[in-house]
Design a binder for this molecule. Structure first.
Ligand code: IDC
Length: 467
């Protein structure tokens, strides 16, 4: 159990670096803030990370077709995609932005937009970049010209890809990016300006909801609060200011340090100002990978209890950080091998937790594999059944409570005149659509969306049952 020992020591380190783990917070409520659409309706986002296959692809685009998106919609009624983009593709040479790549991304965005999806562009990286490990393996994201290992080694023979983060060369690549070494003040500026190029391209695209500035930031030799309040906050402030110089309306999604926070430990990410006129559009987009499952356990027996405790910490700590950031929450990644015992129970549990917190969810990932909705042969995994649930895609007000069951959905909200409310109803529980407890409802059988016009002010409790 070399791997388990390593991860546990890493966890201990992080706890030490991060200070005391959280005390519990009583009765978490949906945060005060929500991601909204152009009409001002609250969006409840449900979808997938699309896709890991983009990481190693020469064109940095996912291996998927329009028909795949159609199938995903038909089976699960998703309205959101966390779409992976790569810095190496945006800025292949220093200061040169690849407009052909951005055009191709725009084509994908159009495919999603035409199908009613909101797109978040996620500047992905794992283990820095392909300059660290051979292309197509773990490392992805950063361009090779921005990769400075300073001759330090990277032993690619590791029990899991995450362990690569501890290799001296990888730590140095990050230290050079964050300019902890003092040798590369230019790299963060390049990153921020690459984002500006992306934002300039997509600012007027109605299907693009916003930008996830960096996947799973890793501090190199600076960890925990020192990292999050130091170089990470600096990168975010610089990047936000570049984005806002061309795009004042898109949402900006911030991730905490991944290690530790993915397991439910607290983040020290500070409040970051949004220099736009009007209310800030900064959201908090942490990931969730409970440690017992990272260690290879299933969501059963003792590991289930431990995981459930982890989920409680995760929720409390995420809501606390979101309060500090004054930001709505999006669960940007969570996922597991759907062929393992208890996997569907965990998905159910996490979706409910997100519902109660008013948070969106992007499952990892949309690739054809045992974690995804369809396996390598295209056969649906158990994920499809558990992820297809009734949910309010858009709400004409501020949510107070959302509760879904297989054959019912209750949405309580304070109406604010932005309606109508749109509800997705899966075929399994609602073969003939739904009946609304109040308001005027229209059923779109092709899209499986029930549009409900309720009163436009005051508290509304809307219950949907099968028609
Ligand atoms: C994983 C892919 C895997 C790949 C690895 C490294 O599923 O095929 O080898 O990345 O590139 C994350 C990352 C996300 C990971 C995912 C699952 O953000 O890129 O994808 N994960 O391991 N953080 C925690 C888990």
């Amino acid at each position: 159990m070399k791997r388990a020992r390593w991860i546990v020591s890493l966890a201990a380190l992080v706890v030490l670096a991060g200070g005391v783990a959280a005390t519990t917070r009583s009765a978490p409520q949906p945060g005060g803030r929500f991601i909204t659409d152009e009409q001002g309706r609250t969006l409840i986002l449900r979808g997938f990370n699309t896709a890991s296959s983009a990481k190693g692809a020469p064109d940095a685009l996912p291996e998927l077709t329009k028909a795949d998106i159609d199938r995903e919609y038909r089976d699960m009624g998703t309205n959101f995609v966390r779409f992976l983009i790569m810095w190496r593709a945006v800025e292949p040479q220093p200061g040169t932005y690849d407009t052909k790549y951005l055009d191709k991304v725009a084509e994908w965005v159009r495919w999603y937009g035409e199908r009613g999806y909101h797109v978040m562009l996620d500047m992905h990286q794992d283990v820095w970049g392909s300059g660290v490990t051979p292309a197509g393996t773990a490392g992805n994201g950063a361009p090779t010209w921005a990769t400075y290992l300073d001759g330090l080694p990277v032993d690619t023979d590791q029990p899991t890809w995450e362990m690569l983060y501890l290799e001296p060369g990888v730590i140095r690549a990050f230290d050079n990016f964050w300019n902890t070494t003092g040798e590369h003040p230019e790299l963060m500026d390049h990153y921020a300006k690459a984002w500006k190029a992306v934002a300039a391209r997509f600012k007027d695209d109605p299907a693009v909801l916003g930008y996830d500035l960096m996947n799973e930031p890793w501090g190199g030799s600076v960890q925990g609060p020192q990292f999050e309040t130091g170089p990470l906050a600096t990168l975010y402030r610089t990047t936000i200011s570049e984005i806002r110089s061309v795009d004042s309306d898109s949402w900006i999604f911030l991730e905490p340090q991944a290690v530790g926070v993915n397991w439910g430990l607290p983040s020290a990410l500070p409040y970051v100002d949004d220099p736009r006129s009007g209310p800030p559009r900064i959201a908090y987009a942490p990931h969730l990978y409970p440690l017992p499952l990272d260690l290879g356990d299933d969501y059963t027996a003792g590991s289930k209890d431990w995981t459930d405790r982890t989920l409680g910490w995760w929720r409390d700590n995420v809501l606390r950080t979101a309060d500090r950031l004054d930001a709505p929450v999006l669960l940007g990644e969570f996922g597991l091998d759907m062929t393992r015992p208890g996997a569907s129970d965990l998905v159910d549990r996490v979706v409910r937790l997100s519902e109660r917190a008013g948070a969106g969810v992007a499952y990892w990932s949309r690739d054809p594999w045992s974690w995804g909705p369809y396996d390598e042969s295209g056969t649906a995994t158990p994920l499809v059944g558990v992820y297809a649930r009734p949910y309010p895609r858009a709400i004409g007000g501020v949510p107070v409570d959302i509760r879904s069951e297989a054959r019912s959905l209750t949405v309580t909200f304070d109406a604010n005149g932005t309606g109508p409310t749109e509800i997705y109803l899966p075929a399994a529980g609602f073969p003939d659509g739904g009946r609304a407890s109040e308001g005027e409802a229209t059923w779109d059988a092709a899209r499986r969306v029930l549009t409900v016009r309720t009163k436009t002010s005051g508290r509304v409790t809307l219950t949907i049952t099968p028609a």
